[in-house]
Design a protein around this ligand. Sequence first.
Ligand code: ADP
Length: 196
Amino acid sequence: MTIGLTGGIGSGKSTVAKVLESMGYPVFYSDQVAKELMASDQGLQTEITSHFGENAFENGKLNRAYLAEIIFSNPADKTILNQLIHPRVRASFAAFAQFSDSKLVFNEAAIIFETGAYSNFDKTILVTAPVEMRIDRVMKRDNCSREDVQNRMDNQWSDDRKTPLSDFVIKNGDADAVLYQIELIVEALLDHSTSS
Ligand code: ADP
């Protein structure tokens, strides 16, 4: 069974992913893999260069600032870049899941509802936390400004919009019993995976 694990920036989805890993479950980190593919997949690099120009790479490294500027001013370019990257990440996850002998295989990604990728998973888990708390956490984690966090949040849907699309929701406020919620969800998933 494949499970998409998502949540807005600062919600704690990476923290939940680490807990799942420590419980022995394989977790595929989509955003990390996307970065690795852009650094190593020559076919992808050629396609990015042919669409966005030679400046897309600098000394063989992705020129993030250049691409970010293009994408920021033109949403159609953002769609194109995603269309180049996402199928490759999907293929990489399919191989990851196929070679895993675990009943549950998790895929951690910042945006799965926004891109429609959620429909590729058997189940989805959304990690939520109050917006102010998320901003504080990220400012501390990344040593960045409130504005930086807010800009990144603006590209993501609100928890209210994502919640109805999610099979499970984990509340990860400072006082929430997160481990207990994770255990309950894993039990439900295992029940489901043996009954289907
Ligand atoms: P995301 O991957 O969703 O952006 P992280 O898992 O990196 O979020 O969490 C953001 C920051 O908040 C990290 O520094 C993490 O250690 C911290 N954090 C996550 N969950 C909690 C919690 N329940 N209580 C306190 N701090 C938390």
